[in-house]
Design a binder for this molecule. Sequence first.
Ligand code: XMP
Length: 312
Amino acid sequence: MFNPETFVEEKVRELAENVDGKAIIACSGGVDSTVAAKIVEMAIHENLLVVFVDTGFMRKNEAKNVEEVFKRAGFNYRIVDASDEFLNELEGVSEPEEKRKKIGAKFIEVFERAAKDFGAEYLVQGTIAPDWIESGGGLRDTIKSHHNVGGLPAKMNLKLVEPLRDLYKDEVRKLARYLGIETAERQPFPGPGLAIRVLGPITRERVDMAREANAIVEEEIEKYYDFESRPWQYFAVLLPVRSVGVHGDKRAYGYTVVVRMVESLDGMSATYFRAEHELLDRIANRITREIKEINRVVYDITNKPPGTIEWE
Ligand code: XMP
């Protein structure tokens, strides 16, 4: 049985003994990186710089919310707005692995600048077991090149610290609750963000559509179910598919949004969530009413396997 108290006590001691210089972490505000940051911060205090890189593929209000979390956690932090740089780099790119690799490379570039400025010798990462198992570090073939293992340590001349490497998601959530980190209440969000929830070519407009659709899905689900009854993960995916519909009494030729809700323990396998039709109605109505380019909403009933949770 995983005991958060013992884990924290032992890790903090081990880190305090071994990390003897400045360290830096790229923190998305997600549960993994925030918990990793908190544990290292408990060991080396202001010698850890917590950096949030705004890639422009973040959820609505993300940078603002993350900054609040950092403040409350008492971190020494920096928010870097690199959204223009990322969007320029990704404009027009469709292929999923190309998106992931370009985002990974740009991320390294932006983050390396911050690391140099701070004089960091160590790199902290919130890698958890499913990340490296699915990135080809284990027995399985590479399914997706996960953003948080996508080359950061290999290309940077920094010593790697991965305090959560052997843990699964449910254990990290227990740690977050134990440490009083608010993101424990938040669902997982992939490193490449909305870029992999916009299928087909990336454009600013399409990323904005995906951001709005994701916000609606999150809001409606969080209003409908209390925390205990919510799905493990829920989001919207914008498809490049257009279809004919009616808007008012006019013909429309708009985009399609997929709503995805899954139950899972650790993201390694998943079943689709048996959502109430009332909830699906509210989501579909709001998306088609509030995002004028979208006239069709479909619900994904695929389990993992054979599907993955994200579409890319
Ligand atoms: P898949 O789509 O592989 O997703 O079934 C499993 C879980 O991992 C999340 N995910 C990622 N998380 N970096 C991350 O930190 C990534 O590149 C990435 N890709 C997928 C996904 O949201 C789900 O919770």
